[in-house]
Design a protein around this ligand. Structure first.
Ligand SMILES: C[S@@+](CC[C@H](N)C(=O)[O-])C[C@H]1O[C@@H](n2cnc3c(N)ncnc32)[C@H](O)[C@@H]1O
Length: 233
């Protein structure tokens, strides 16, 4: 998904569009809570898909004064994050890199990582697995990893949830063209096999294992938005 060439949502309005996720604040506060119980002061945290700045907003105020490295291939999404960082006292401990994990300096290792709402944009043809492996290679054994995705057991579940997601979006003031956008593509979507973008939780956990992560616990679910806490093996 290229957020610069073909943004799936109005990027400048990203914060408002995130109201699509019922309880979005809780998604990011759960991420913060996992990191705060797992990490020492000054830990190095890798934020994959850091555009928009939500993870930075959640982690930067921690007393643990994390050192944050965010990567994202979208210049537009990164500039939303950059504006947020500029308004905090975390500028000297936050680095933003335009690119993917593979563009980070060779040999850099982190104490923790996050990937929030990124992997469901990739097909399950090896791309999801390569993405997770690239993150795993950057982590020390035992490092916590928090991962969020759109997740549904199958097409039928996605189809049942779709009007609910749209109705909820309407309740929080989003226009139908935004709130109804995900549901409009169901007909062309695969839910298993190599073309699947949205996969069941079972498959996500399998991919974690294959990439070298041990699942610790599911930490969030709200309609089709879900997050897990895992650990680098
Ligand atoms: C739905 S947004 C989520 C942003 C943020 N993680 C959050 O939770 O608010 C997805 C982001 O993933 C980024 N992205 C797409 N491909 C990526 C990749 N290979 N590595 C890292 N980020 C990627 C997009 O540019 C976009 O900023």
């Amino acid at each position: 998904m290229d957020y610069d060439a073909a943004p799936p949502m109005p990027v400048a309005d990203y914060r408002r569009v995130q109201m699509m996720i019922p309880g979005a604040e809780a998604l990011y506060s759960c991420l913060r809570a996992v990191m705060d119980v797992s990490l020492p002061t000054g830990a190095e945290v890798l934020i994959v898909g850091a555009g928009g700045g939500r993870e930075i907003e959640a982690l930067a105020p921690s007393d643990k004064a994390y050192r944050l490295t965010g990567v994202d291939p979208s210049g537009d999404m990164l500039s939303v994050a950059r504006d947020y960082v500029a308004s905090t006292d975390a500028t000297d401990r936050t680095v933003l890199v335009k690119g993917t994990v593979n563009d980070l300096e060779h040999g850099l290792r982190f104490d923790a990582a996050t990937s929030m709402l990124v992997m469901h944009f990739f097909p399950d043809d090896g791309t999801k697995l390569d993405y997770l492996r690239a993150i795993r290679r950057r982590l020390r054994p035992g490092a916590p990893y928090v991962h969020a995705d759109v997740s549904a057991a199958d097409r039928a579940m996605f189809a049942r949830l779709s009007p609910v997601v749209e109705a909820h979006g309407g309740l929080v003031g989003l226009p139908p063209e935004v709130a109804g956008a995900p549901g409009r593509h169901i007909g062309q979507m695969a839910f298993d096999g190599p073309k699947a973008l949205v996969v069941p939780e079972r498959r996500t956990l399998e991919l974690f294992e294959e990439a070298g992560f041990r699942p610790v616990a599911p930490i969030f679910r709200s309609l089709w938005y879900a997050a897990w806490w895992a650990e680098a093996v």
